[in-house]
Design a protein around this ligand. Structure first.
Ligand code: MG
Ligand code: ZN
Length: 175
Protein backbone atom coordinates (compact mmCIF):
# COMPACT_ATOMS: atom_id res chain seq x y z
CA UNK A 1 0.00 0.00 0.00
CA UNK A 2 1.44 3.39 -0.95
CA UNK A 3 1.92 6.26 1.45
CA UNK A 4 -0.88 8.16 -0.25
CA UNK A 5 -3.37 5.55 0.92
CA UNK A 6 -2.84 6.32 4.61
CA UNK A 7 -5.77 7.94 6.34
CA UNK A 8 -6.00 10.23 9.31
CA UNK A 9 -8.08 9.17 12.28
CA UNK A 10 -9.72 10.44 15.41
CA UNK A 11 -9.39 7.90 18.19
CA UNK A 12 -12.10 8.20 20.80
CA UNK A 13 -12.34 6.88 24.29
CA UNK A 14 -15.71 5.25 24.94
CA UNK A 15 -16.99 5.95 28.47
CA UNK A 16 -17.47 9.68 29.05
CA UNK A 17 -16.78 10.54 25.40
CA UNK A 18 -19.00 8.54 23.04
CA UNK A 19 -21.20 7.25 25.85
CA UNK A 20 -22.08 8.80 29.16
CA UNK A 21 -19.86 7.75 32.03
CA UNK A 22 -21.64 6.83 35.23
CA UNK A 23 -20.08 9.08 37.87
CA UNK A 24 -20.13 8.04 41.54
CA UNK A 25 -18.21 9.99 44.17
CA UNK A 26 -16.48 12.03 41.50
CA UNK A 27 -15.13 8.96 39.70
CA UNK A 28 -16.31 7.61 36.35
CA UNK A 29 -17.50 4.04 35.84
CA UNK A 30 -18.61 2.19 32.70
CA UNK A 31 -22.21 1.02 32.23
CA UNK A 32 -22.71 -2.58 33.35
CA UNK A 33 -25.20 -3.64 30.72
CA UNK A 34 -26.53 -2.63 27.33
CA UNK A 35 -29.53 -1.18 29.18
CA UNK A 36 -27.29 1.24 31.09
CA UNK A 37 -25.45 2.36 27.95
CA UNK A 38 -26.38 5.91 26.94
CA UNK A 39 -24.94 7.56 23.86
CA UNK A 40 -23.66 11.02 24.79
CA UNK A 41 -25.88 13.69 23.15
CA UNK A 42 -22.79 15.38 21.62
CA UNK A 43 -21.67 12.13 20.01
CA UNK A 44 -23.92 11.72 16.94
CA UNK A 45 -23.37 15.28 15.61
CA UNK A 46 -19.71 15.32 16.73
CA UNK A 47 -18.83 12.02 15.09
CA UNK A 48 -20.66 13.01 11.93
CA UNK A 49 -18.67 16.27 11.79
CA UNK A 50 -15.36 14.45 12.22
CA UNK A 51 -16.31 11.96 9.52
CA UNK A 52 -17.21 14.84 7.19
CA UNK A 53 -13.68 16.21 7.76
CA UNK A 54 -12.35 12.94 6.37
CA UNK A 55 -11.33 11.27 9.61
CA UNK A 56 -11.60 7.55 10.22
CA UNK A 57 -13.21 7.04 13.64
CA UNK A 58 -11.79 4.42 16.00
CA UNK A 59 -12.91 3.75 19.57
CA UNK A 60 -10.19 2.61 21.99
CA UNK A 61 -11.43 1.50 25.38
CA UNK A 62 -10.17 -0.11 28.59
CA UNK A 63 -12.73 -2.54 30.03
CA UNK A 64 -10.92 -4.01 33.06
CA UNK A 65 -14.16 -5.34 34.54
CA UNK A 66 -13.72 -8.28 32.17
CA UNK A 67 -10.40 -9.21 33.83
CA UNK A 68 -11.96 -8.51 37.23
CA UNK A 69 -14.73 -10.99 36.44
CA UNK A 70 -17.57 -8.56 37.07
CA UNK A 71 -18.55 -8.38 33.40
CA UNK A 72 -18.29 -10.79 30.50
CA UNK A 73 -16.48 -10.12 27.26
CA UNK A 74 -19.79 -10.88 25.50
CA UNK A 75 -21.54 -8.10 27.42
CA UNK A 76 -18.83 -5.67 26.32
CA UNK A 77 -18.88 -6.84 22.71
CA UNK A 78 -22.66 -6.62 22.61
CA UNK A 79 -22.29 -2.85 23.09
CA UNK A 80 -19.85 -2.48 20.19
CA UNK A 81 -19.90 -2.46 16.43
CA UNK A 82 -16.83 -2.56 14.24
CA UNK A 83 -13.74 -0.42 14.66
CA UNK A 84 -13.73 -0.87 18.40
CA UNK A 85 -10.44 -1.84 20.01
CA UNK A 86 -10.88 -3.17 23.52
CA UNK A 87 -8.45 -4.03 26.29
CA UNK A 88 -10.07 -6.50 28.70
CA UNK A 89 -7.06 -6.67 31.05
CA UNK A 90 -6.31 -5.08 34.41
CA UNK A 91 -3.07 -3.45 35.60
CA UNK A 92 -1.79 -6.72 37.04
CA UNK A 93 -1.84 -8.35 33.58
CA UNK A 94 0.83 -5.89 32.37
CA UNK A 95 -0.49 -6.04 28.82
CA UNK A 96 0.53 -3.68 26.05
CA UNK A 97 -3.02 -2.57 25.32
CA UNK A 98 -4.40 -1.10 28.56
CA UNK A 99 -4.21 2.68 28.28
CA UNK A 100 -1.86 4.48 29.03
CA UNK A 101 -0.07 1.83 26.95
CA UNK A 102 -0.38 2.69 23.25
CA UNK A 103 -0.88 -0.90 22.00
CA UNK A 104 -4.47 -0.62 20.78
CA UNK A 105 -3.82 2.65 18.96
CA UNK A 106 -0.78 1.16 17.23
CA UNK A 107 -2.72 -1.99 16.31
CA UNK A 108 -5.59 0.08 14.89
CA UNK A 109 -3.11 2.18 12.93
CA UNK A 110 -1.58 -0.96 11.39
CA UNK A 111 -4.91 -2.53 10.60
CA UNK A 112 -6.54 0.55 9.12
CA UNK A 113 -3.42 2.19 7.57
CA UNK A 114 -3.64 5.29 9.75
CA UNK A 115 -1.07 8.07 9.71
CA UNK A 116 -0.62 8.76 13.43
CA UNK A 117 1.05 12.17 13.10
CA UNK A 118 -2.12 13.51 11.44
CA UNK A 119 -4.42 11.87 13.96
CA UNK A 120 -6.01 12.84 17.26
CA UNK A 121 -7.14 11.15 20.46
CA UNK A 122 -10.14 12.45 22.42
CA UNK A 123 -10.43 11.18 25.98
CA UNK A 124 -11.68 12.12 29.43
CA UNK A 125 -9.01 10.52 31.64
CA UNK A 126 -5.25 10.70 32.14
CA UNK A 127 -4.90 7.22 30.62
CA UNK A 128 -6.29 8.45 27.30
CA UNK A 129 -4.02 11.48 27.09
CA UNK A 130 -0.91 9.52 28.01
CA UNK A 131 -1.74 6.66 25.60
CA UNK A 132 -2.27 9.14 22.77
CA UNK A 133 0.98 10.88 23.59
CA UNK A 134 2.90 7.59 23.54
CA UNK A 135 1.35 6.63 20.20
CA UNK A 136 2.37 9.96 18.67
CA UNK A 137 -1.06 11.45 18.05
CA UNK A 138 -2.30 14.85 19.20
CA UNK A 139 -4.43 14.63 22.31
CA UNK A 140 -7.62 16.41 23.31
CA UNK A 141 -8.52 16.13 26.99
CA UNK A 142 -12.20 16.51 27.94
CA UNK A 143 -11.68 17.59 31.52
CA UNK A 144 -14.78 16.73 33.59
CA UNK A 145 -12.88 17.38 36.83
CA UNK A 146 -12.85 13.76 37.99
CA UNK A 147 -11.20 13.15 41.32
CA UNK A 148 -8.14 11.38 39.94
CA UNK A 149 -4.59 12.12 38.85
CA UNK A 150 -3.82 14.44 35.98
CA UNK A 151 -2.22 13.24 32.72
CA UNK A 152 1.57 12.94 32.85
CA UNK A 153 1.83 14.63 29.45
CA UNK A 154 0.14 17.95 28.76
CA UNK A 155 -2.66 17.50 26.21
CA UNK A 156 -2.57 19.52 22.99
CA UNK A 157 -5.96 20.91 24.02
CA UNK A 158 -8.05 20.85 27.18
CA UNK A 159 -11.79 21.29 26.66
CA UNK A 160 -15.05 20.89 28.59
CA UNK A 161 -17.09 18.78 26.16
CA UNK A 162 -16.96 16.56 23.09
CA UNK A 163 -18.48 19.41 21.12
CA UNK A 164 -15.54 21.68 22.05
CA UNK A 165 -13.11 18.88 21.20
CA UNK A 166 -14.60 18.59 17.71
CA UNK A 167 -14.51 22.38 17.24
CA UNK A 168 -10.84 22.46 18.24
CA UNK A 169 -9.90 19.67 15.82
CA UNK A 170 -11.81 21.41 13.04
CA UNK A 171 -9.87 24.62 13.66
CA UNK A 172 -6.56 22.69 13.79
CA UNK A 173 -7.13 21.16 10.38
CA UNK A 174 -8.16 24.56 9.03
CA UNK A 175 -11.75 23.88 8.07
MG1 MG B 1 -13.45 7.56 29.63
ZN1 ZN C 1 -4.79 -5.14 27.62
Amino acid sequence: MGVGALSRAVFLDRDGVVTEAIVRGGRPYPPRTLGELRIHPDAPPGLAALKALGFLLVVVTNQPDVARGTRTREAVEQMHGHRFFVCCHDDIDRCECRKPAPGLILEAARRHAIRLTESFFIGDRWRDVDAGHRAGVRTVFIDYGYRERAPEHAPAARVASLREAVDWIRSEVGE
